[in-house]
Ligand binder design. Structure first.
Ligand code: SF4
Length: 370
């Protein structure tokens, strides 16, 4: 079978970009009425022409999400295990060249983090590492999963791309979902952002979702980092990726996220800004394009944005997050991967969600019932 890379390798970034920017109001209206929106429809929904249709898009997104997921928001908590990284992503505070203190939590430290997280009532954990197979490779990650297993009903990962066999090992150890961010789908400039290290291999990273599905993943996540290249074009490539996966690997569930770049150690400034309205437009475009997709919103977003979106299309949120290894169980916080924009703890977050008539879901029943 052709891989996703084979299906997009000859596409021209600029041509796709032009085709998005040339969409008209008529194209947007057609997309809003489509039973099964196509990639051309998605282009119209993220195009500048859709900016006059944000209200109907918001309504559709809210209604579809309530029908498909009920009035619920899933809470998860990130647990950063290591900030060691052998990659050189020029926009990241954990970049190999950045002079920060490197930490990889040992068993005792991981258990100390788990203890604090459990006291927050959390049952759905996202384990994250930088990408350093020597300091935080498959054996280390598998061990961390086993330490978490007795305490959490759902364990998700955001770690370096692996082989099918390695993923099979991790699923056996108890992993439910894996998220891998392509960062940019623009192959010609990918190397500029990722000059060295294993992350510099565009195709290998792009095909990770396929390896995950082949290994039997329950849920697979996609993402592009907003701030590098034209966000509309990124979103269209990601929608093509999603469509490819749902067509060829339909047993797997999918989730998307589009983190907007935040200030980080190293001081990289975004090339591209996505406004709050454009961020909203993107969430609504994805919800209309794929009714089943899970959409998460992290603490990179402001308190106002997170309050506002509870009822408008997202399905999960992180709460009470720390983005530095050991951040839950120690006092100082100086090694964050990015600076958090919403500092509310899980109790305040739950009160906010409930005040809007929504329930907070701590357990991932979807996985348990499967
Ligand atoms: S983005 Fe990830 S892979 Fe790149 S330097 Fe940061 S932690 Fe490492």
């Amino acid at each position: 079978m052709e891989s996703f890379y084979d299906t997009i390798k000859d596409l021209d970034w600029e041509e796709i970009r032009d085709s998005i920017y040339s969409k008209t109001r008529l194209d947007v209206e057609k997309a809003l009425n489509a039973k099964n929106p196509s990639i051309e429809d998605f282009k119209a929904l993220v195009s500048p022409a859709a900016k006059d249709y944000l209200e109907p898009m918001a309504r559709m997104s809210r209604d579809i999400t309530q029908r498909r997921f009920g009035k619920t928001i899933q809470f998860y908590v990130p647990l950063y295990l290591s900030n060691e990284c052998s990659n050189h992503c020029i926009y990241c505070g954990f970049n190999h060249n950045n002079d920060i203190e490197r930490i990889t939590l040992n068993d005792e430290e991981i258990l100390a983090e788990i203890k604090v997280i459990k006291s927050m009532n959390m049952d759905n954990v996202l384990l994250l590492t930088g990408e350093h197979p020597r300091h935080a490779g498959i054996d280390y990650i598998e061990n961390a999963v086993k330490l978490c297993r007795p305490y959490f009903s759902t364990i998700n990962l955001e770690v370096y791309p692996m082989s099918v066999e390695e993923y099979e090992r991790l699923f056996k150890a108890g992993v439910n979902s894996v998220y891998v961010y392509q960062e940019t789908y623009h192959e010609a400039v990918y190397k500029h952002y990722h000059p060295k290290g294993m992350k510099s291999r565009y195709q290998h990273r792009l095909e990770t979702q396929e390896r995950l599905a082949q290994a039997g993943a329950h849920r697979v996540g996609f993402g592009a980092l907003i701030g590098l290249e034209d966000w509309r074009t990124e979103m269209v490539f990601m929608a093509m990726h999603l469509r490819f996966m749902t067509k060829n690997y339909w047993r797997t569930k999918y989730a998307v996220a589009f983190p907007r770049m935040r200030p980080a150690a190293g001081g990289y400034q975004p090339n591209v800004i996505m406004s709050d309205k454009e961020f909203a437009q993107t969430i609504w475009a994805y919800r209309i394009f794929d009714n089943d997709i899970e959409i998460s919103m992290t603490t990179r977003e402001s308190r106002d944005m997170r309050n506002h979106f509870v009822s408008l299309g997202i399905t999960s949120m992180s709460a009470g997050s720390k983005t530095d290894p050991g951040g839950y169980s120690k006092v100082e916080e100086e090694l964050e991967q990015f600076i958090i924009n919403d500092n509310r703890n899980e109790v305040e977050m739950e009160a906010m969600v409930r005040s809007q008539g929504y329930d907070v879901v701590y357990k991932d029943w979807d996985k348990i019932l499967n």
